[in-house]
Design a protein around this ligand. Structure first.
Ligand SMILES: [Zn+2]
Length: 469
């Protein structure tokens, strides 16, 4: 007589290929996962799991490749309404003339709308968690993303040096070390761990060149007090490197280390222009890096050409992956994986660098570590939170299918994600969001984008070369 089966919330069974990214990096054919109370309780062969568990809800995984939910370690959700406004612009033009004025014009309702739209794009592409470097309306970010069901690490960003060799930041975005620390502290107190733990807070100074030593020290202390991620943009272009040496006498990573702001909870965004000593410092301090290949390629930053990402990974530095922003192209970690894998092969004239398994690690377990959630997410493993993506292998990009990691990185896009679970909740079913009305969301986004475009004088920013009639 068969033993009685345990009832769980969800059973996903007969998954053609399950790429677990667990400790043993198991890839399981005809796999199943049992999910209960938001976590994986069983992962293995379909026959074994279904013999022991039955689901209140079940999903058939035939014609699917399942992976852990992807972790986008760097995405400005408030920039989602800026797609097309900052093309063909170098680092200074992009930030100082296009994106900072756009950002300064954002009202709370724009930020909320933008964040909701960004969460939609991420979820529909298989991203279940993202890290936001912040803006001036972080409460609106939370209001925008939380209802969609995505995990988010939010922040209030800060600058306190309006002028720098890199460029000037609009006055309305400049704060003082004291006020920035108070606001960062209040954000963590208010939002960290809310929405069943899906929303986490972090502390952010947006860029080193527009941040004083006092600001960095103050925010370092807030992050340490709450044991949350401390994030900043750094080393993303020759001009950021050069501006740091010109004003502070040292390059950016060296400065961070001297200020005691570099440690296992530090997330350095980009890290594409590193001096040899900075590589060593990053490793020594166990800081994480979020590489963002599409934004570097879109803006010609040179992070792929001049960066040492393959070496960082080989040295054991935790390098995650970020899509950065909609104004530099895809908000799709699957496409970022392709760019990270193939961009480095091209500039190194070496197809052996950056294998697909490595970039999938960047988009999963490394991202989880960069968010401070290594024990919670990033792998399909018993005990971890049940963040799971099922990609539709009937899509042309998935056929034929001999090696799922190869197809995922080299030929698929995130748009082949068909089902997405966050903490065991089915937040994307058959390619549609389940928690929010997408038609309403889109109508609101279109109207809001048109209003914002008119307010910021978008015609002067869009650089289409062909006449529009
Ligand atoms: Zn960024």
């Amino acid at each position: 007589m068969a033993a009685e089966r345990t009832t769980v919330d969800v059973l996903v069974e007969h998954v053609d290929w399950l790429v677990t990214v667990d400790g043993a990096r198991r890839v399981v054919r005809d796999a199943a996962v049992a999910i209960d109370a938001g976590r994986f309780v069983a992962v293995g062969k379909s026959g074994d799991v279904t013999a022991a568990y039955e689901g209140r809800a079940t999903l058939d995984g035939r014609h699917a490749v399942a992976t852990p939910g992807l972790v986008d370690a760097h995405l400005h959700s408030s920039f989602q309404l800026s797609r097309g406004l900052a093309d063909e612009a170098n680092a200074r033009e992009f930030l100082i003339r296009r994106m900072y004025p756009y950002e300064a014009a954002l009202r709370a309702e724009d930020v909320e709308r933008s964040a909701r739209l960004a969460a939609r794009e991420m979820l529909l592409h298989g991203t279940t968690c993202f890290v936001d470097p912040g803006n001036n309306h972080p409460e609106a970010t939370v209001a925008g993303v939380a209802p969609t069901g995505i995990r988010a690490v939010v922040a209030r960003s800060a600058f306190d040096l309006g002028d720098s060799a890199f460029g000037n930041v609009p006055d309305s975005m400049v704060s003082t070390p004291d006020s920035a620390a108070k606001e960062a502290d209040a954000l963590v107190e208010r939002h960290d761990g809310t929405y069943e733990g899906r929303v986490r807070a972090s502390v952010s100074f947006r860029g080193l060149n527009n941040s004083s030593d006092e600001l960095i020290r103050a925010l370092r202390d807030v992050a340490a007090t709450h044991d949350v991620v401390l994030q900043t943009h750094a080393c993303f272009n020759y001009s950021t490197h050069d501006a740091s040496v010109a004003r502070f006498g040292v390059p950016e990573v060296e400065r961070l280390a001297a200020l005691g702001a570099l440690g296992p909870r530090t997330l350095l965004v980009h890290g594409g222009w590193l001096e040899p000593a900075e590589v060593s410092i990053l490793r020594e301090h166990e800081a994480s890096v979020a590489a963002a290949p599409s934004s570097s390629m879109h803006n010609g930053y040179g992070n792929v050409r001049m960066g040492v990402l393959p070496e960082l990974l080989e040295l054991g530095v935790n390098v995650a992956l970020g899509s950065d922003h909609a104004c530099s192209g895809p908000v799709d970690l699957v496409r970022e994986m392709f760019l990270a894998a193939c961009g480095h092969k091209e500039v190194r004239l070496n197809p052996r660098v950056m294998p697909p398994e490595t970039v999938l690690e960047m988009a999963t377990v490394n991202g989880a570590a960069a968010t401070g959630m290594a024990e919670e997410i990033g792998a399909v493993e018993v005990g971890k939170r049940a963040d799971l993506v099922l990609f539709d292998t009937d899509d042309p990009s998935w056929l034929p299918l001999y090696n799922p990691v190869s197809n995922l990185v080299y030929s698929a896009t995130g748009r082949t994600a068909r089902h997405v679970f966050v903490g065991g909740e089915h937040v994307v079913a058959d390619g549609r969001l389940t928690r929010v009305d997408e038609d309403e969301l889109l109508a609101d986004a279109r109207a809001g984008a048109a209003d914002l475009y008119a307010r910021i004088g978008g015609d002067a920013l869009v650089r289409g070369r062909w006449p529009v009639s």
